[in-house]
Design a protein around this ligand. Structure first.
Ligand SMILES: CC(C)(COP(=O)(O)OP(=O)(O)OC[C@H]1O[C@@H](n2cnc3c(N)ncnc32)[C@H](O)[C@@H]1OP(=O)(O)O)[C@@H](O)C(=O)NCCC(=O)NCCS
Length: 234
């Protein structure tokens, strides 16, 4: 089993769900370089239009609305109730303290304070039929779709994962029928081998969402794509 890789810097650890400390935390920008940090504030990633930041209490209500929107949750086996949604947000935020990376809350600068999450999570403790350091994933509110926000955020996340965290390979996977998510994977330079398709072990046998595609990107492929300018937002 591959060991869990942390970011090269350390963070103060904080128990999940302590939203009062999150909501008051100032944001410190990363902008692709190692920044000064204080407890519970970073890392924050910035792109041309977006800020990927730590979660705030104010995110919880719009996040819960997304998690029970049938459009957003079309390719998930179940929708989330408020408690499940809050717990997911707390895990997303606390994993940033534990691993140095995680699922960041996304805001559109000057436009929308919260549109969902984009980020990476460690696969070290997961039981899936492949080996990789981490998974990149995304979930945005339906009103914000179609503007290239997910690939823009994901490129910043890949850069952070490979360059700051030293990850060797980042994968992404989704149900074979989730073409929107696969388009994001393709746009950020990930590639699929149909031989890697798999049945997700936590989706019931016979469920139409069980069959999954797997997209991969290694650090070497990332470095080559940076040279070709693939990491620059359109
Ligand atoms: C997948 C997702 C993050 C894409 O985010 P996004 O910021 O809209 O990404 P893009 O703007 O690059 O659009 C990606 C594709 O979505 C489709 N799309 C765009 N706007 C759409 C809309 N309003 N309605 C339906 N599909 C749309 C297009 O096919 C587009 O590909 P194209 O640019 O080649 O035409 C977003 O659709 C989402 O949050 N979906 C629900 C959650 C989900 O499935 N997460 C992934 C789980 S593995």
């Amino acid at each position: 089993m591959m060991g869990r890789r942390r970011a090269r810097f350390s963070f103060n650890e904080r128990a999940a769900g302590k939203w009062s400390s999150i909501s008051r935390a100032p944001i410190i920008s990363v902008d692709g370089t190692l920044p000064a940090r204080t407890m519970n504030t970073g890392p924050t990633l910035k792109t041309g239009r977006l800020t990927l930041r730590r979660w705030r209490e104010a995110d919880l209500e719009p996040f819960a609305a997304m998690n029970c929107d049938p459009a957003v949750m079309e390719f998930f086996p179940t929708m989330l109730d408020r408690d499940q949604s809050d717990a997911l947000a707390a895990r997303a935020d606390s994993s940033i303290d534990v691993d140095g990376y995680g699922l960041w809350a996304v805001e559109v600068k000057g436009v929308a304070p919260f549109i969902g999450f984009v980020g990476i999570r460690s696969l070290a403790a997961d039981t899936l039929p492949f080996v990789a350091d981490a998974e990149i994933g995304w979930r945005l509110a339906a009103e914000s779709w179609g503007q290239g926000y997910a690939p823009e955020a994901a490129l910043a996340v890949l850069r952070f994962g490979f360059e700051e965290c030293g990850l060797r390979e980042i994968v992404s996977f989704t149900s074979t029928v989730n073409e929107r998510s696969q388009r994001v994977m393709q746009k950020i330079g990930m590639h699929r081998d149909a031989a890697d398709d798999f049945d997700h072990p936590r989706v019931a046998a016979g469920h139409p969402l069980r069959r999954h595609v797997l997209y991969r990107l290694t650090a070497e492929e990332w470095r080559a794509s940076v040279g070709r300018g693939v990491d620059e937002p359109a």
